[in-house]
Ligand binder design. Structure first.
Ligand SMILES: Nc1nc2c(ncn2[C@@H]2O[C@H](COP(=O)(O)OP(=O)(O)OP(=O)(O)O)[C@@H](O)[C@H]2O)c(=O)[nH]1
Ligand SMILES: [Mg+2]
Length: 299
């Protein structure tokens, strides 16, 4: 499944990010903790160049904690801290937070920004940071948390923010929220599915049932016990298609004639995942963590 969803405001947002990049001290790249790699927009790395960056694995309350820890280790290994002395340009730090709950975000992010920002000359120089990332990862929620009040609109759908908003924190730090940006053609099949399952792409721009099929297959392989508990299944189906059918039957998603409404059943599975009702699940693991095998990928 290749995704082509690139609304006009994203072109403008990308241009605006590029234009203000030179005046920024630190880039705060918000990622989805359930899929840190799939939610990493290659355009952000390209645009930020050598600017220091904090990779914020947000929504960690929904992600598998052991996998998040492994991602933090992996990201640290990918971007080792410079040995000795002040941080060099281009340094990357990674933290896991939950922007919707976090007093931790309020405490740690400004502190990390100050640590990463290049030293400035003269009194009254403020640290300038820019929040960027793909849609629906919690960028506006983070700015509201940092401001300790609602300054930006948030919503559980992609492309809620359409233009940049610049605010000043109590500490004097200048920080901007930006619209989520994707890249024009997402070719990586598994990454497209993960982005779609997680809600970074509107449900109307994807083949919903294949997305649910991908999720069902992954959950069966990686989190069978969570599926069994949520849907009260003593005998887990062995294929993604059979799982979606079974969910549909159990939840009464039936058409006239008794066949299962697969779209409704898919909807239940995807929305249970997004809301965390299945439990804490990560959709991808860093290299080195093995997936258990034994269940067919698809039916
Ligand atoms: N569970 C959980 N939900 C979160 C967290 N952070 C944000 N959300 C929810 O995720 C959804 C998207 O949040 P936004 O802050 O609007 O995301 P955004 O990145 O600004 O999205 P765009 O403006 O569309 O690019 C909202 O429903 C938030 O309540 C978090 O840490 N945990
Ligand atoms: Mg937003």
């Amino acid at each position: 499944m290749s995704i082509q969803w690139y609304p006009g405001h994203m072109t403008k947002a990308r241009r605006a990010i590029a234009e203000s990049m030179p005046s920024q001290d630190v880039i705060i790249e918000v990622l989805d903790a359930r899929m840190p790699r799939a939610s990493e927009n290659p355009a952000v790395a390209e645009l930020r160049g050598q600017k220091p960056c904090i990779k914020v694995l947000n929504k960690s309350d929904l992600a598998d904690p052991a996998v998040t820890k492994a991602w933090l280790r992996h990201l640290e290994a990918e971007h080792p801290a410079p040995s000795g002395g002040a941080p060099a340009g281009g340094q990357v730090l990674a933290i896991a937070i939950s922007a919707s709950q976090s007093s931790e975000a309020r405490r740690r992010i400004p502190e990390l920004c100050k640590r990463l920002a290049p030293p400035k000359n003269g009194p009254g120089k403020v640290v300038r940071a820019m929040i960027v990332g793909i849609p629906n990862v919690g960028k506006s929620t983070l700015i509201n948390t940092l401001m300790e009040r609602k300054v930006a609109k948030v919503g559980d759908e992609p492309a809620v923010t359409k233009s940049r908003q610049l605010v000043t924190l109590k500490s004097g730090m200048a920080i901007s929220d930006n619209p989520g940006i994707l890249w024009p053609k997402i070719d990586d099949e598994a990454a497209s599915f993960r982005l779609a399952v997680g809600g970074a792409i509107p449900d109307t721009a994807i083949d919903y049932q294949s997305v649910a099929h991908f999720a069902a297959g992954y959950f069966l392989r990686r989190y069978p016990e969570l599926l069994a508990a949520r849907y009260k299944l003593t005998d887990l189906p062995t294929t993604a298609a059979a799982l979606i059918e079974e969910i549909g039957r159990r939840r009464g998603c039936l058409r006239g004639g008794g066949s299962v409404d697969l779209h409704k059943a898919s909807d239940i599975l995807v929305h249970d995942f997004r809301a965390g009702r299945l439990g804490r699940i990560s959709l991808e693991e860093p290299p080195g963590l093995e997936e258990p095998s034994g269940i067919e990928e698809s039916a």
